[in-house]
Design a binder for this molecule. Sequence first.
Ligand SMILES: [Zn+2]
Length: 371
Amino acid sequence: MHSDPTGVFPGRYSDGQTAQSVPADVRLTERGVEIGFPGAPQALVWPYGALGAATPLTSKSADALLTYSFMPGATVFVGDAHFVRALTKVAPQLTSSAYGWRSARPWIIAAACLALLFAGLWLAELSPARWVAGMLPDKARAAVGEQVVNSMVGDRKECTAPEGRAALDRLVDRLSQASGTGTRFKVRVVDWGLLNAFAVPGEQIVLTRAIITQAKSPEEVAGVLAHEMGHGLELHPETSIVRVIGLTAALELMTGGGGALANIGLGLTQLTYTRVAERQADARGLALLEKSQIAASGLVDFFRRLGELESKRGSSTEWNIFRTHPESGERAKSAAARPTYPTRPALEAQDWQALRAICGAVKPEPSGDKL
Ligand SMILES: [Zn+2]
């Protein structure tokens, strides 16, 4: 193909949005590369300084595939050596010698790649922390989880009454299976009067004695468990820990380094989630309940009562489920709006009694909140 004497080169233009390309008349003008379309009055003009080339151009290149910084995805292809030679004179940054200059400064490229990576993550609505959390090996997640549990639980006793434990395991298995991920959650109960439930890295969940004794039905415990499993499945605990320890320490964890672990010393206050995360955990939790044929009403009731208590007490300084789970009322509303489905009891009556006594005989909470 040879050039038109008037300086019009036949090319193909693609807007990057649709799969097809269209014929275009390409000209080199004072303002930049002009891309005209047969029958269309308006032409595009891509200034030379903002042009890019898919491959560096040389004086021997037979064609050029050009990009334009301000129209990501759009390309124009011209299969004409004359065009390429003329273009390299007005846009020298497209030549291979210019690329050689760039490769002499690899850190510029590295920085650009990193910027692109983060821009991509941002565009995908993922945070770098979430991305790193997803790369952590299971062993590292489990080890970090253990550490969080230990630092929070302190000297408090773990409740392990065998019958209560067996009942809890049955409920946890049922909900874990519903996740369809082959993940079996590890749930522990701690002899603690604070109303709380939390997910920690490595598919681990801690329930306090108060959550179990204040629940009015096994469905309420199942609802709290399902919500916390939702956090675990979404890697929320891992993500917030990566945010806290920083990406560098997380990378150390990722590659199996143990050094970062020793210094984490994490508290649960660092495991509070955003509103978006809470909604994701709810959505996951409600799906788990439905798949396990457990009524969502337990979750709804429990959170509704929590919401009432929350508004009565105002803002609490205690670290408890009220602080980590804001907007209980809104959550209860959205859960209640879901369609109903066939259900069976979360636990048989006998198992429920056993679970309630997992920390020993149930006695009234001395200063416990009346739910
Ligand atoms: Zn939550």
